[in-house]
Write a protein that binds this ligand. Structure first.
Ligand SMILES: [Zn+2]
Length: 181
């Protein structure tokens, strides 16, 4: 999938019920039989969650083999924080391991999916310092760092879901950062 133009991005978000950062953002326009939103892009129907992911992570190449999954198990949801290149990548590691055990080499498709997952993780890792800085600034200002007060920050959900950090770990890391300055 190619990166979307500014006009396409605006058209896409106009069809999504954008809510609070930790809530599901349901797609309001057409849905397919499985409940996934469908968005017309360059004359073709694209899955809305896929489009939402591409907008949030334009650098991640979404080849047809790459699957976008929902942490929230809510097919029409387009909240990028709820989306991940998960089960396929997880399956991949599993399948590769099993394949190796049987002496089967890794297929190009599997390595592609793994490459996309690695890229995604790197993109999230690159965003982490910005999130930690934002949290550190709150700590420095004496503001609360409860779930409710920081879950809306950019990169929070990706750090939780993709990097596997807990809320507490994010706050601890931000504290370390605040002290280092
Ligand atoms: Zn959701």
């Amino acid at each position: 999938m190619k990166a979307l133009t500014v006009v396409e991005i605006a058209r896409f978000w106009s069809q999504v019920d954008v809510k609070w950062p930790d809530e599901c953002w349901p797609y309001r326009a057409a849905r397919n039989d499985a409940g996934y939103g469908v968005f017309k892009l360059n004359g073709q129907m694209a899955r809305a969650s896929r489009v939402a992911y591409k907008i949030a992570f334009p650098d991640v190449e979404l080849t047809p083999e790459v699957v976008i999954c929902h942490h929230c198990d809510n097919p029409p949801c387009c909240n990028p924080g709820h989306l991940f290149l998960g089960s396929y990548a997880d399956n991949t590691a599993d399948m590769v391991q099993k394949g190796r055990a049987r002496g089967v080499s890794e297929s190009p498709t599997l390595s592609q999916a793994r490459g996309a997952a690695t890229k995604h993780k790197r993109a999230v890792e690159e965003r982490l310092p910005r999130l930690l800085e934002a949290v550190a600034a709150r700590i420095a200002a004496g503001e609360p760092t409860t779930y409710r007060s920081i879950a809306h920050l950019d990169g929070y959900w990706s750090a939780r879901k993709t990097l596997g950090l807990t809320h507490r770990q994010i706050v601890e890391k931000a504290k370390e950062r605040a002290c280092a300055d």
